[in-house]
Ligand binder design. Structure first.
Ligand SMILES: *Cc1c(COP(=O)(O)O)cnc(C)c1O
Length: 411
């Protein structure tokens, strides 16, 4: 499968897994429990010596089919789905880190991930936040007890691009787990594996599902990390003869998914799987629209600043060009003096005021008043978030209609 194209692989993934009755989609399996003729077979599934399903909180065939699909997209070794992107991040961190371990994270983070890391500090797993657009800042924050580095590809809402390849080389050298939240790029625009990441985390609720109609998250192990050198894997998961590349995901399935219970529903897995078939088509269209809107806004007299990695004025424009197939669909901007942001937003007729991103519809939000409100002005200033900053996730509408809508709202 690996030498075929991105969309070909997704479209044919279920069929090649030979689903029941030649069904072209993996069916939605709703059974919670699985029955076995012989008790020995059930025991073998529990002990990991035979493949199979026991109880749907930790594995379900419809969810497994989606995991296979995402592993192929990421060119990884294996994947584990969760109910949401946050459950995936929390499951990854809590199953692999212990009290006293230390995280170095990009300071430019999804707001709820920032909040999650603060929660972990309360139970003894500390995070140092750094400006990850330069590897030197990450390196300076490393401690002997640093076990994991976490960054996002393109940060929301200011669109900073992390120094992904150089951080990868640093983590490889120091044998530190390197987790990349790939949500804003998706595996179509960027493969974390290419910069030596240990894990790629995707919120499937965003671009991969793409329609704003199902929640999901996924952690993919790229297969590059040597888990035999990682002290936090429990002996029971290093079962004799099993491939060390499977250890971390197995521990995550047991500790992060089974015990915390943030399980993806089979209906959601089906919806996300169907959505993922058009990921490349939607991304190409949305990225093209975003580039046009970014240019339109940057040259508009009533707009004072635009953040979009595709603009030559962006501080990491060169980095984004080297790393990503396209510079994404997210942009943010500040209106000029005298233009009231709320009045402007209320004049928009197509772009919808909404907190989501990665939908087919163009969604727009004033961030300091909403998604980044709770963290307060000091932390917002640290993240480069101005009070008037407006974030936009550009959809697949016809570009002329979007330009017309923004033109009339700014007039
Ligand atoms: C939305 C998002 C998440 C969380 O995903 P949910 O599925 O909403 O829980 C994590 N990281 C990034 C970058 C996101 O945009």
């Amino acid at each position: 499968m690996k030498n075929r194209g991105f969309t070909t692989n997704i479209i044919h993934s279920d069929r090649l897994g030979r689903p029941e009755h030649g069904s072209l989609h993996k069916p939605i399996h709703t059974s919670i429990a699985y029955g076995y003729e012989k008790v020995e077979d059930l025991a073998a599934v529990f002990q990991g010596t035979a493949k199979g399903y026991a109880y749907a909180r930790q594995a379900n065939p419809t969810v497994s089919a989606l995991e296979t699909k995402i592993t192929a997209m990421e060119q990884g070794a294996g994947s584990l789905c969760f109910a949401t992107g946050m459950a995936a991040l929390a499951g990854m961190l809590t199953s692999l880190l212990h009290k006293g371990d230390h995280i170095v994270s990009s300071s430019f983070l999804f707001g709820n991930t920032n909040s999650l890391l603060n929660t972990l500090a309360g139970i003894g797993i500390d995070t140092t936040f750094v400006d990850a657009t330069s590897v030197a800042n990450v390196e300076a924050a490393l401690r002997p007890e640093t076990k994991l580095v976490l960054v996002e590809t393109i940060a929301n809402p200011v669109t900073q691009v992390a120094d992904l390849a150089r951080i990868g080389a640093l983590c490889e050298n120091r044998k530190i787990v390197y987790a990349i939240d790939n949500t804003l790029t998706s595996p179509y625009l960027f493969l974390p594996r290419a910069v030596k990441a240990t894990f790629s985390v995707n919120s499937l609720s965003k671009y991969i599902g793409g329609h704003g109609n199902a929640l999901g998250g996924c952690v993919t192990d790229t297969g590059l990390f040597d888990w035999t050198a990682f002290p936090n894997i429990l002996d029971i998961y290093k079962t004799a003869g099993s491939d060390p590349h499977t250890w971390a995901l197995l521990q995550m399935r047991k500790k992060g998914l089974r015990d915390f219970g943030g399980t993806m529903a089979p209906e959601a897995a089906h919806t996300l799987s169907v959505g993922s078939e058009t990921l490349a088509l939607r991304m190409d269209r949305s990225c093209g629209n975003a580039a046009r809107l970014a240019l339109f806004l940057e040259t508009h007299p009533k707009v004072s600043a635009v953040n979009y990695p595709g603009l030559p004025s962006h501080p990491q424009h060169g980095l984004a060009k080297e790393l990503f197939k396209r510079p994404g669909t997210l942009l943010s901007f500040v209106l000029g003096d005298g233009v009231d942001p709320f009045a402007f937003l209320n004049r928009l007729k197509l772009a919808v005021c909404s907190s989501n991103l990665g939908d087919n519809r163009t969604l727009i939000i004033p961030v300091a008043h909403t998604i980044f409100f709770e963290m307060g002005p000091a932390r917002r200033a640290q993240m480069g978030i101005a009070d008037g900053l407006i974030r936009m996730s550009v959809g697949i509408e016809d570009p002329e209609d979007l330009i017309e809508d923004f033109g009339q709202a700014l007039a």
